[in-house]
Design a protein around this ligand. Structure first.
Ligand code: ZN
Length: 354
């Protein structure tokens, strides 16, 4: 199993949705983070926003790591601070989701962000995550045209519908290839964030969990009881939302279930106390770094090799590298097919909405 670490590398201004005045102080905290990664031979993927890609200080910090061959730089689009801007009318919260913008705006913003990253970092980004996980059909089509190979916006078993975003609740954490409608000749590898259950059958746990989410169900309290009894435990592979033991338990479960990779995710703003809701005071910072370190220690012991997204894409079929990802058994094939179907359904629903 491969270890992938994807970091939304972004401005300090958490959930402010401002087009201007975005500071990037948290990027300096990537220096000690990267030092820890180096100790464990880990190469992360930093997915950068427009303010980070255009600030000389943050570019210098990340470019140095890139030039030493210790990371990959990918793209992370926050539509509210990526030009061009619509100067007609004010900002609507639904527009913080890239997928809700007119197709032309999505294309133009992605082209602009791609261009500044290419120019300022001197590399061609091939991996992408939408801000607020808001992947849409137009963005996926634009990514194909811009030559991207990897997409990582899917949050399995989670719906962002209440915030006007995509519903990923029927997706699992298996990576899979897909071609957006209109781009049959290009495929993107989707590497979802690792969100799963500590129990063996993820899909069954999800069905049970959703049934208990039903607001008309009188038994919604049962969900908490199942969690406490250790019968249905949903875990994000993120130090923002899980402690080290839970993350390691999920990673081990995914290894037993034959997943080819785990994808740990967090925001760079969580590296500096007081910016994100997950790390409020300096003690939280230490806890946060400690959780990551413990996961890296477990990865070293288990022999999970770290690689950036683009490299994982290259070995995904298991042919490019000896000892690469093993070919999938029948169950794995079915899981991939189910995922591809879910992506088609997601695009269909968005097409219907436009
Ligand atoms: Zn973001």
């Amino acid at each position: 199993m491969k270890l992938i670490i994807t970091i939304d590398t972004e401005e300090d201004n958490w959930a402010r949705y401002s087009a201007t005045d975005n500071s990037v102080e948290n990027i300096a905290r990537i220096v000690p983070l990267q030092k820890m990664f180096d100790e464990y031979g880990v190469r992360p993927t930093y997915l950068v926003t427009y303010p980070v890609a255009t600030n000389p200080r943050s570019v210098a910090i990340l470019k140095r790591i890139l030039e030493e061959g210790k990371c990959e730089i990918g793209t992370h689009c926050h539509p509210w601070n990526t030009p061009p801007f619509d100067d007609n009318g004010g900002f609507q919260k639904a527009h913080s989701m890239l997928c809700n913008l007119p197709a032309e705006f999505q294309q133009n913003k992605l082209a602009m962000l791609h261009e500044v990253i290419t120019k300022n970092f001197g590399c061609l980004p091939v991996s992408f995550r939408a801000g607020r996980w808001a992947l849409g059909l137009s963005a996926a089509q634009s990514l194909c045209k811009l030559g991207y190979r990897v997409e990582t916006s899917v949050t399995p078993f989670v719906s962002w519908s209440p915030s006007f975003g995509p519903d990923f609740s029927n997706f699992g954490p298996e990576p899979f290839r897909f071609s957006p409608p209109g781009e049959p000749k290009w495929s993107l590898l989707q590497v979802p964030t690792s969100i799963g259950y500590l129990q063996k059958n993820f899909q069954l746990c999800q069905r049970l969990s959703r049934a208990l989410d039903n607001p008309f169900s009188r038994i919604s309290r049962v969900k908490g009881i199942l969690d406490r009894l250790g019968l249905v435990n949903k875990v994000w592979l993120s130090p923002e939302l899980a402690d080290a033991d839970a993350m390691i338990a999920l990673a081990k479960r995914m290894e037993i279930n034959n997943f080819p990779c785990i994808n740990m995710t967090f925001h760079s703003a969580s590296l500096l106390a007081g910016l994100s809701p997950f790390v409020r005071i300096s003690q939280d910072e230490q806890v946060f770094f400690g959780r990551i370190k413990k996961l890296l220690e477990a990865a070293r012991q288990a022999g999970w090799k770290s690689m950036p997204l683009a490299q994982f894409e290259a070995v995904y079929e298991g042919v490019s590298e000896p000892g690469g990802v093993a070919l999938l058994d029948g169950q794995g094939q079915m899981a991939r097919q189910r995922q591809t179907e879910q992506m088609r359904a997601l695009f269909r629903n968005q097409g219907a909405r436009l």
